[in-house]
Design a protein around this ligand. Structure first.
Ligand SMILES: [Zn+2]
Ligand SMILES: [Zn+2]
Length: 383
């Protein structure tokens, strides 16, 4: 904050707030199961739609597949002690991304934090991610992977491995408690590759899948893995699904040639979508709406908002936590909020409405006077 907002104080309204809200819009496109798929999160009202419009309209996967604006890709892997992924799984993912994403600056897959089991016993997976996600060291495109164990926390249910489609289509969560018949250990590499495949946009074409999963039985992007715990001695593998099929690879070829939207960028770990008059910042399971010019808010402030809102009540277990802020000339903020109220993403609309209510409430509470009410809203002369 500092000098900038002070210097602008006569024209600026600064409203700071945050609240936690389970919006029931988590659409986890994961669905790697032994003989079945839970492709869509259980709370999702979008059942039957593999990839919601909230995600497809901005095509965030192009940030990974295209060489611009990011020439390099950084994958951060955090894990709870005892849930460490095998090095071979990470190597396999690195090779896949190097081959299928146009990143001449290279792909880094880095095993980062080892999270204590005590912390994991008290936290949801979303809370762990929000606390430990760091972002890329430089200006790379960014993916986040979390390995955890729902068995450590009595409040959690075992979850199938999943790529988070919304609001942060840049993260994979793998619950190592999901290990029926050794599934998670034996095909851990294939599982991780499948989830990363979601992030980079495989099986998006409806000619060979449902927009998220591939119809081909032997493709690694099929909604279920054919799993043979007893077959390793025959083929050396627990599943025949080792490769992306030709059609899935064609999807990637298409995405490599397509330039991502100009308003879509990473800022540290944040995925930022800049619209006219407002910006949407996303982390795993959390969204922040900022109304007003982009330059009026900093990455650290947004991160603080998101973490405060999402972690304030013990952390989100399900759903999307939303927070909001507004800084700028009053009319600009109003225009931004009106535009955000028509955003394609439901939680952004809700955030716009809530932020608007908050601003009105503060205005009503403030005493009109000449000058500025410190920290709140510029007093407009009574008309
Ligand atoms: Zn899947
Ligand atoms: Zn396929």
């Amino acid at each position: 904050m500092g000098g900038q907002s002070e210097g602008m104080s006569e024209k600026v309204q600064r409203v700071r707030w945050g609240w936690g809200l389970g919006l029931r819009l988590v659409v986890a496109v994961g669905g790697v199961m032994v003989g079945g798929c839970a492709g869509v999160g259980e709370n999702a009202p979008l059942k039957g739609v593999a990839m919601p419009r909230e995600v497809t309209f901005w095509q965030p996967w192009l940030l990974y597949t295209h060489r611009a604006p990011y020439r390099a890709l950084h994958v951060e892997v955090d894990c709870v002690e005892g849930t460490e992924p095998e090095g071979a799984w990470l190597d396999q993912v690195k090779r896949f991304l190097e081959t299928q994403c146009d990143k001449p600056g290279g792909v880094t897959v880095r095993l980062d934090d080892r999270i204590g089991r005590g912390e994991a016993a008290e936290s949801s997976s979303a809370a762990l991610a929000l606390r430990h996600i760091d972002g890329p060291p430089g200006g790379e495109a960014f993916m986040y992977v979390l390995y955890y164990d729902s068995g450590l926390n009595r409040k959690l249910k075992a979850a199938n491995p999943q790529a988070i489609a919304f609001p942060y289509p840049c993260a994979v969560f793998v619950d190592r408690a999901y290990n029926q018949k050794g599934f998670g250990d034996n095909v851990g590499g294939e599982v991780l590759l499948h989830e990363i495949g979601h992030l980079v946009g495989t099986a998006r074409s409806f000619n060979h899948g449902d927009g998220a999963h591939c119809r081909k039985k032997n493709c690694i992007m099929n909604e279920a893995f054919e799993y043979h715990p007893q077959r390793k001695w025959v083929s050396g593998k627990f599943t025949p699904q080792q490769e992306f099929c030709e059609d899935c690879l064609l999807d990637l070829e298409r995405w490599r040639a397509q330039v991502p939207a100009a308003g879509l960028r990473f800022d540290g770990p944040l995925l930022v979508r800049r619209e006219v008059g407002y910006q949407v910042y996303a982390l795993p399971h959390a969204i922040h709406l900022h109304a007003g010019p982009a330059a009026t808010v900093k990455r650290e402030e947004v991160l603080a908002f998101l973490r405060a809102a999402a972690l304030g009540r013990g952390g989100p277990v399900d759903g999307v936590t939303v927070s909001g802020s507004a800084v700028g000339p009053e009319e600009e903020v109003a225009v931004g909020l009106a535009a955000a109220a028509m955003d394609p993403a439901g939680p952004v609309k809700s955030a716009a409405a809530a932020l608007d209510r908050q601003i009105r409430k503060q205005k009503a509470a403030s005493v009109p006077a000449a000058g500025v009410i410190p920290g709140l809203i510029p007093a407009s002369p009574p008309s």
